[in-house]
Design a protein around this ligand. Structure first.
Ligand SMILES: Cc1cc2nc3c(=O)[nH]c(=O)nc-3n(C[C@H](O)[C@H](O)[C@H](O)COP(=O)(O)O)c2cc1C
Length: 264
């Protein structure tokens, strides 16, 4: 079997997952550029069914050892027809725990047949210049690994399309219990904010409103930090003490470089 067309489904508030999925998908098929289904921004995506003779690459970030909840919710509109799929989880150099098996199970429930999986490292959402965590990942070396993995999967599809029963992915079922969300939003410093509006369209939860000030709705904020990373004048920051503690803990304890893991 030769999969002719590649479809990617990606949720990526701060862009690391998007970069890796795109690198992997590029080398998966030389036929045509991948069809990109971006689940990151509201309202998400239209219902999509990917034909069984195509191939899907599904990528999400890891939040608390699981698939980021909003990604899980939006992924429900992306369906296969026994379509071969590669599952990709991207995490901030701590751990990915049960996210990869959770994403595999979701993909199979959506009628994809998972033939390969991988975990990659992306700059942690909470990373900042004064407290870096996996800063600037994925880097060039990560992207080479993603591209080479894409090529290897392309060869596998041609030679052994039904090899998926050999696939073992790390992680446990039942998955880690979901951690309760801390009710906070990033803080906007009104003295610095220029009301430029750059943050608003990049908020996956649609939580940002701009009037004569920027306000962030606690119910819809998923703590992805996209607003912090995009702000051109550094007016937005993590301020809530439990999150600041977490950020500093990650900086202190998760600085040893981890490498991508590939499963085929
Ligand atoms: C709420 C939240 C929870 C996170 N939990 C984890 C985690 O359990 N393990 C980890 O290593 N990184 C964790 N991260 C970091 C992200 O997985 C990482 O930064 C990823 O690269 C973000 O992907 P994106 O750039 O596509 O948004 C978390 C980030 C956020 C915002």
């Amino acid at each position: 079997m030769t999969a002719t067309k590649v479809h990617t489904a990606v949720f990526s508030p701060t862009g690391t997952t998007r970069k890796l999925v795109s690198a992997l998908a590029q080398s998966l098929s030389a036929e045509a550029p991948a069809v990109v289904h971006d689940l990151t921004y509201p309202p998400g995506m239209d219902e999509t069914v990917v034909s069984g003779d195509h191939i899907a690459v599904i990528g999400v970030p890891v939040y608390a050892g699981r698939v980021a909840p909003l990604a899980a919710q939006r992924l429900k509109r992306f369906r296969g027809q026994k379509t071969p799929a590669v599952v990709v989880v991207v995490y901030g150099n701590r751990e990915f725990e049960d996210a990869l098996v959770e994403l595999r199970d979701m993909a199979e429930w959506l009628s994809f047949e998972v033939i390969a999986g991988c975990s990659f490292i992306g700059e942690h959402s909470f990373s900042s210049t004064d407290s870096p965590i996996a800063q600037a990942r994925p880097d060039a070396a990560d992207l080479v690994i993603a591209r080479e993995f894409g090529m290897k999967i392309a060869q596998l599809i041609q030679s052994e399309p039904t090899r998926r029963e050999h696939l073992h992915l790390p992680g446990n079922v039942p998955y880690l219990a979901a951690t309760p969300t801390i009710p906070f939003t990033p803080k906007v410093d009104e003295e610095i904010c220029t009301l430029c509006g750059a943050c608003q369209p990049l908020c996956p939860g649609g939580a940002i409103a701009i009037t004569d000030a920027v306000s962030i709705d606690v119910e819809n904020c998923i703590h992805c930090c996209a607003c912090i990373k995009i702000c051109p004048v550094d007016a937005v920051s993590i301020h809530a003490p439990p999150l600041l503690e977490k950020k500093h803990w990650l900086h202190e304890n998760c600085s040893t470089r981890k490498e991508p893991q590939l499963f085929i």
